[in-house]
Design a binder for this molecule. Structure first.
Ligand SMILES: Nc1ncnc2c1ncn2[C@@H]1O[C@H](COP(=O)(O)OP(=O)(O)OP(=O)(O)O)[C@@H](O)[C@H]1O
Length: 647
């Protein structure tokens, strides 16, 4: 796999990495061949050469039975390394089980496990090993178990941390929307992605395990006579250190070399992986896209999505904040709704709430949140999973994180179908290829067997749409689907979404910073500001009938295609308020040139006219006349920022 290749090439490119590899190779070869070559010599008792110092015949001298110490040190490599490796394996397996258990077990069992790991991690490893050694008994088996279990808490903590980082990635959300069970998400999506750092850590730990074994055997708790490892040899050597220091030095040097080899190898692998993950991702600016054909919404039908008074809240150290405050809208069959607003206005949270992707401690509350007529907040998890898995598709912003990098595109698409349809693997894969063809991925059959990194950004985004089409979605939520793509590819992806909508009659909820994209792709536009919808109007009327000063300002700051490129961009002065610091009255008042005392005292309701155009403003702008909305250039804003800082 690509990632493993990169780690290896990272190791062999650094001198330290080559040294570590050479040392590990030396230790491994010694472990394999030393007992064959020097086994007999190491066991040979010689009463005439008892406790001798170094000589040409015995480079490290002899022990109390006249056996050659060097031969014994070399032969002991096998037992020392094997025991350390088994202990690390026990530690990794037990730690991974402990670390991942909270993500699959019921909530009431999670806390005690996490608490146990936290307490165990706080104990020094050697103390834990001694404790377990007493429990499991003196001898090799007891020592292996003791060191293995003493290592488990550190691996459990590592697994928990790595899993938590992966759990926030888009492909995990995608799998959850597709209805994949917690256990399968763990096995297929989380574990393969944390394997690399776990292996690196295990390699480093093998070095520590060698030292720990030497310690236990030295204390007489580890390997017992007639077996011997480096720890035992070290203990025996130290008893006669004044007669023959080399007998203690030999096993000590062996422990240090082997421990260093594993540690260095792990560290250089970690550095190689770290360097890779730190690489920068490219993000391209959003620009204007073309219009796609749009069917009109069907009246009198049950809406695909009905959102009434939706609130999303999160606890913070300073109390709860509510970044989505009473959002209401419907999406009809085949309708394309655009949601626009500056960063932080609550667009994504609204979409995530509709997909039931807000995790605890976040709290979702609504008078109604119905998807295809099913109330999402009161229906059982299993039923909602199956409904969303078959009828909702999500397309995320960053096509880089939307797929699990460790699995082939085709099998990820196939999983989305086989989870909900009674079909064979072959049928699911055929459907995946057919869906990839439908989104115009060239050579789909071959491409289905490739990994996500082998796809370009635009092609990955198309594959993401294909994944949504594996079932029969009635709603496609696309959250900034083109922000990370370049101009031409953005156009293709938007055209593809429009085409899918035309062909399948799926509704689309398109979230974007870019009001121009939304205006040209959607039927209706919802404008959000500080967690509320401030205007809801047909996209066709956006340029002629936008009534909220914020909507007007958003339209004003769209860069003109023929604008002078040296001119600074227009911006709306000021910043939206943070969810925890909302002013009294209208949240936009501080940035609005039309604001009066009324605006600063009282928050206007979102009211509809007879045509269904909704606006939340005390002084809505009417008519086509150019209106003085708050617009500055980026240069003015920068100066204002400086002034704010100086003040
Ligand atoms: N887990 C959370 N805890 C606390 N606040 C959160 C959490 N998630 C989001 N928020 C806050 O909610 C607000 C709205 O976030 P949201 O992601 O919906 O905005 P957005 O309009 O989609 O912005 P963007 O376009 O940048 O994605 C932001 O101010 C954000 O800081």
């Amino acid at each position: 796999m690509m990632s493993a290749r990169t780690a290896w090439s990272g190791i062999v490119r650094s001198p330290l990495g080559i040294t570590a590899l050479a040392l590990v190779l030396l230790v491994t070869l010694t472990a394999i061949f030393a007992p064959i070559v020097w086994g007999a010599q190491a066991e040979q008792v010689n009463p005439t050469e008892i406790t001798q110092g170094p000589s040409a015949a015995h480079l490290l001298g002899t022990d109390t039975l006249g056996r050659d110490v060097l031969a014994r040190v070399l032969v002991a490599t096998r037992l020392s390394v094997v025991l350390a490796v088994i202990a690390v394996m026990i530690g990794v397996v037990a730690g991974t089980l402990l670390g991942t258990a909270p993500s699959v077990l019921p909530r009431w069992l999670r806390r005690p496990i996490v608490g146990f790991v936290n307490i165990a991690v706080a104990f020094p490893g050697l103390l834990l090993a001694l404790f377990f050694a007493v429990i499991f008994g003196v001898g090799s088996t007891g020592a292996v178990l003791a060191i293995g279990f003493a290592m488990a808490p550190q691996f459990a903590r590592l697994t928990q941390t790595l899993s938590a980082a992966i759990a926030g990635r888009d492909f995990i959300d995608a799998a959850r929307v597709a209805g994949v069970s917690r256990f399968r998400i763990l096995i297929r999506h989380i574990l393969p992605n944390i394997g690399e750092p776990l292996i690196v850590n295990a390699t480093v730990s093998a070095g520590s395990a060698l030292l720990a074994f030497a310690g236990l055997s030295f204390l007489g708790l580890g390997v017992q006579v007639p077996e011997y490892d480096w720890g035992r040899l070290l203990g025996e050597g130290l008893n006669r250190i004044y007669l023959n220091p080399a007998a203690a030095l030999g096993p000590a040097v062996a422990v240090v070399i082997a421990g260093l080899a594993f540690n260095l190898l792990g560290e250089t692998a970690a550095a190689a992986l770290g360097g890779r993950s730190a690489r920068r991702r490219h993000r391209l600016p959003a620009i204007v896209r073309p219009r796609a054909a749009q069917p009109a919404p069907v009246d009198g039908e049950e809406p695909v999505l009905l959102v009434d008074d939706l609130r999303v809240s999160f606890p913070t150290p300073r109390g709860w904040v509510t970044p989505v405050r009473g959002v209401s809208f419907t999406v009809a069959r085949g309708e394309a709704i655009g949601v626009v607003g500056e960063s932080g206005s609550g667009k994504s949270l609204t979409a995530l709430a509709a997909a039931r992707l807000i995790e605890r401690p976040g709290h979702v509350d609504a008078a109604r949140l119905d998807f295809c007529g099913t109330p999402l907040l009161t229906t059982s998890d299993r039923a909602v999973r199956s409904l969303l898995g078959t009828s909702l598709a999500m397309v995320f912003q960053d096509p880089m994180t939307s797929f699990n990098p460790t699995r082939r595109i085709g099998s990820q698409l196939a999983e989305a179908a086989s989870e909900h349809q009674d079909i064979t693997r072959k049928q699911a894969m055929d459907r995946a290829i057919e869906r990839l063809q439908s989104v115009r991925v060239p050579a789909a059959a071959r491409r289905a067997h490739q990994y996500p990194h082998e796809f370009s950004g635009g092609m990955r985004q198309r594959a993401m749409i294909a994944m949504g089409l594996m079932n029969h979605p009635r709603l496609i939520i696309a959250d900034e689907p083109t922000t990370a793509l370049d101009v031409t590819v953005q156009r293709q992806v938007l055209q593809l979404l429009a085409g899918v909508r035309r062909d399948t009659d799926a509704a689309i909820l398109l979230i974007s910073h870019d009001i121009a994209v939304v205006a040209q792709t959607c039927d209706r536009v919802l404008v959000m500001y500080a967690g509320r919808i401030v205007e809801d109007l047909p996209a066709a009327n956006l340029h002629t009938d936008a009534r909220h000063p914020y909507t007007r300002a958003l339209l004003e700051v769209v860069p003109e295609l023929d604008a002078d490129r040296d001119e600074p961009l227009k911006v709306i002065p000021g910043r939206p308020p943070a969810p925890g610091a909302l002013p009294t009255g209208c949240a936009f008042a501080a940035r609005c040139p039309l604001a009066t005392d009324l605006c600063r005292e009282s928050d206007p309701e979102l009211l509809a006219d007879e045509a269904g155009h909704r606006v939340a403003c005390w002084h809505p702008v009417t008519g086509e006349a150019e209106v003085a909305v708050a617009v500055a250039t980026t240069a003015d804003e920068a100066a204002a920022d400086d002034e704010r800082v100086l003040r």
